[in-house]
Design a protein around this ligand. Structure first.
Ligand code: PHE
Length: 350
């Protein structure tokens, strides 16, 4: 029986035939398996006599199956290699390409413009504590400006600062990076800090998450003139127009003194605002662009520096706002919908 089985196995023409032979011999009901079972019922002497025969029958059959399987596999592979060819010269199917989002693009451009002015890029955590987000920026616990920020708070407690516990929150502006940078690097400082900020606010012009770029310069003898020159230089480079005109209006931020709101002159062209020229000219207007000011001495003190030695200016500008102005986009919410058709419409996706 063993010999006949081995002969049949060696002659098996296909994997299917081979598999049928395997089941016939080694399957649960197969004859080899049945023989193996009989061993258990035999008397010890008989078993000693028969066992080697049965074992060697099993070894012969399974050895033959393995050898035949290897041969058939090799034949199958040869056949595939001969029949299936791959044309490497065929053009690949077109797949959609990604592109840099306008918000990222603007942040990259700002980093480049400010790099030319000697500014480094710094980042800070989006999950912040209220000491860095408010207290160190001269907004103590009871300060009304805290309420104006519509802050998202976490239930957890933050780390202790000066023996007092803090609360964790989603930072409402990039200004805490001012504090972190002064504390970790001392003075002088010349940085911008781009990033996400959060406020509980949502309509056509407000989203609960948006982007800001903070600017901070700390050095000896810094004054408002440095701020104005820096902003003018940056906005001319960013909007690629020499005729950008700024208007500085007195304002209030707890962390700057004096504080100035910066407006930029625009012209109405076909109902759209195009930046450039004085906002006072006929057919022109002023648009509020960013908040800034001379860093409050108390903030410099909070950050551990001597305000008699170090002065500075700071500004915070909405990145999404800048992108809308530069690319003529008018719906802020579309920035965060992730709709490729919208991006394509404004030339951001091929
Ligand atoms: N942090 C302010 C805001 O979010 C902007 C600002 C930054 C103002 C730096 C002055 C100086 O509104």
């Amino acid at each position: 029986r063993t010999e006949a089985a081995v002969t049949a196995i060696e002659a098996a023409a296909t994997q299917d035939v081979l598999e049928a032979l395997r089941v016939d011999a080694l399957g649960k009901q197969g004859w080899v398996s049945q023989l193996m079972k009989t061993l258990g019922q035999m008397a010890p002497e008989e078993r000693q006599d028969k066992a080697p025969q049965i074992q060697s029958a099993r070894a012969a059959v399974s050895g033959a199956i393995e050898a035949r399987k290897a041969t058939l596999d090799a034949v199958e592979l040869e056949r595939k290699l001969a029949t299936e060819t791959l044309d490497l010269t065929l053009p690949a199917p077109a797949t959609p390409k990604g592109s840099v989002h306008p918000v990222s693009q603007v942040m990259d451009e700002l980093a480049e413009i400010f790099a030319d002015l000697g500014f480094a890029v710094k980042t800070g955590p989006e999950i912040e504590d209220d000491w860095h987000n408010f207290t160190a920026l001269n907004m103590p616990e009871s300060h009304p400006a805290r309420a104006m920020h519509d802050t998202f708070y976490f239930p957890d407690r933050g780390p202790e600062v000066g023996g007092k516990p803090t609360r964790m929150l989603l930072r409402t502006h990039t200004s805490p990076v001012q504090i972190r940078t002064m504390m970790s690097e001392g003075a002088p400082v010349r940085i911008i800090a781009p990033g996400r900020v959060y406020r509980s606010d949502s309509d056509a012009t407000h989203t609960p998450m948006f982007h800001q770029v903070e600017g901070l310069v700390i050095d000896r003898g810094i004054h408002l003139g440095h701020l104005k020159w820096t902003l003018e230089t940056f906005l001319k480079a960013f909007f690629e127009r020499e005729d950008i005109v700024l208007r500085l209006r007195p304002s209030y931020f707890p962390f700057t003194e004096p504080s100035v709101e910066v407006d930029v002159g625009f012209e109405l062209v076909d109902g759209k605002r195009v930046l450039g020229g004085s906002g006072d000219a006929p057919g022109h207007g002023w648009m509020e662009l960013l908040g800034s000011g001379v860093v409050n001495r108390r903030v410099i003190e909070f950050a551990g520096l001597d305000p008699d030695e170090w002065q500075g200016f700071a500004f915070g500008v909405g990145v999404d706002r800048l992108a809308m102005l530069k690319y003529g986009m008018d719906d802020l919410r579309a920035f965060f919908d992730g709709d490729a058709r919208w991006l394509r419409h404004y030339g951001f996706s091929p």
